[in-house]
Ligand binder design. Structure first.
Ligand code: CMC
Length: 393
């Protein structure tokens, strides 16, 4: 069996070769299929980036039109999925609802369970996922607030359709604010892929057992949910709110984060790979100022975030450990300005990460990768003789 190398958290273990996303954590560089994240965030649209990640090239005008048309055709979900949604109590976290609804697609499209199906059929699953995810996400929110669900409006672009399904009420007129739709589109691009992170590795490892693409993506959503991963964007706002409620003393919270006896961490700070500025955080910080300015919103929490960032970047503890703000530090502030409630932040992360998960799942299948099965070093008891119950204790 050979020698087993122990690497908890896979800090130095490569699980695959990949041609999708390049990340240089020392230099703070991120590229999708060779294109700089800064260029994509400024010049591209989310569905263009989704196409790029999944199919490897930026789409031509014709390819783009076909792709968006296909996605628009599949935005409706089976009415029975509404019954599943209705079964959730209103206090269900929308991430749990989202992963369940995505997994339920295995029942509505059981052909996805067949690992031998052809490329065109797999492609249909990919389109369905991209098309239905905004519907599920908006419905998870409607379940929480007890409002009737909205059906997709296929005359709208991807983000506007999602925003309308989220916010429109039957009794009121609703117009999508283009500033908000554009800001959302950019945030989704920034979240679209990030090589072998926890949720992506989960998608690949579940998919490596030849499970359905829907089951694999559903598993990724669950992995993303945790506060050390995508859940950090919710945790950041909760932290900033707590600092505000406590009187706004950022130094006090900085000291708590440094105290090894205190489990508190500075949420939205630090990254397994980036030991320099997270390039996404730089773009998002600027976007936060832009979007709040355009919407005419003054959020005291943004000031606290900036103060906290400044204090941390000038503190020896954070400097020594190369801890910089990550993608989650400012994204929540923009989501809030858009009117998105805190518990939906991670759902938006999932919406953004979906093309990355799909591209990585597809690559794993195309490479014919073997089933993921890490080893262990056993530290338990040696062989023991069985003791009957009346002789124990
Ligand atoms: N606040 C205070 N100390 C920290 C923080 C933080 N946010 N992050 C890391 N450290 C310290 C940590 O205590 C350790 O110190 P020491 O060497 O003295 O024991 C050192 O820095 C290295 O940290 P680590 O925990 O070994 O690093 P990791 O690569 O295992 O963890 C991380 C990476 C992102 C989980 C961690 O930095 C963290 O918990 N950050 C806060 C949560 C967060 O913002 N997560 C979002 C990550 S980015 C987007 C995403 O994945 O969704």
């Amino acid at each position: 069996t050979g020698l087993i190398t122990l690497d908890p958290g896979y800090k130095n273990t490569g699980s695959t070769t990949s041609s999708i996303t390049f990340l240089d954590g020392e230099q703070g560089v991120l590229r999708y299929r060779g294109y700089r994240i800064e260029d994509l965030a400024e010049k591209s649209s989310f569905l263009e980036v989704a196409y790029l990640l999944i199919y490897g090239e930026l789409p031509t005008q014709l390819q783009y039109e076909k792709f968006t048309r296909e996605i628009t055709t599949h935005t409706l979900v089976h009415e029975d999925i509404k019954k599943i949604l209705d079964g959730f109590p209103s206090n269900a976290h929308p991430m749990g609802v989202l992963s369940s609804l995505v997994c339920s697609l295995t029942a509505f499209y059981p052909e996805s369970l067949d690992p031998t199906r052809d490329e065109a059929d797999v492609n249909l699953s990919i389109v369905r996922l991209l098309a239905k995810m905004p519907t599920f996400a908006a419905w998870a929110y409607k379940n929480e607030v007890g409002h009737p669900v909205n059906y997709p409006d296929n005359s709208l672009d991807y983000c506007s359709n999602f925003l309308k399904m989220m916010f429109a009420l039957p009794a009121e007129k609703y117009e999508v604010d283009p500033v908000i739709a554009k800001a959302l589109d950019q945030l989704l691009i920034l979240h679209a892929d990030h090589e072998q992170n926890c949720s992506t590795s989960t998608v690949r490892i579940v998919g490596s057992s030849q499970a359905s693409i829907y089951a694999s993506i559903s598993a990724g959503i669950n992995a993303l949910w945790g506060p050390l991963h995508g859940g950090a964007n919710q945790a950041v706002i909760e932290m900033l709110e707590a600092i505000k409620a406590d009187g706004g003393d950022t130094k006090k919270f900085l000291n708590k984060a440094k105290d090894k006896d205190d489990p508190f961490r500075l949420m939205g700070f630090g990254h397994r790979v980036y030991k320099n500025f997270d390039p996404r955080a730089t773009i998002i910080k600027k976007a936060a100022d832009d979007v709040l300015g355009k919407l005419g919103i003054k959020d005291p929490v943004l000031e606290i975030a900036k103060e906290l960032e400044y204090a941390a970047l000038n503190d020896q503890y954070f400097v020594d450990r190369k801890l910089y703000p990550n993608v989650d530090f400012y994204s929540g502030i923009i989501y809030r300005a858009m009117g998105i409630p805190t518990e939906m932040f991670t759902v938006l992360f999932a919406l953004g990460r979906l093309p990355g998960w799909i591209a990585q799942w597809k690559e794993m299948r195309q490479n014919g990768e073997p089933i993921g099965r890490p080893r262990q070093i056993y530290t338990g008891e040696n062989e023991r003789d069985y003791v009957s119950m009346n002789r124990r204790g």
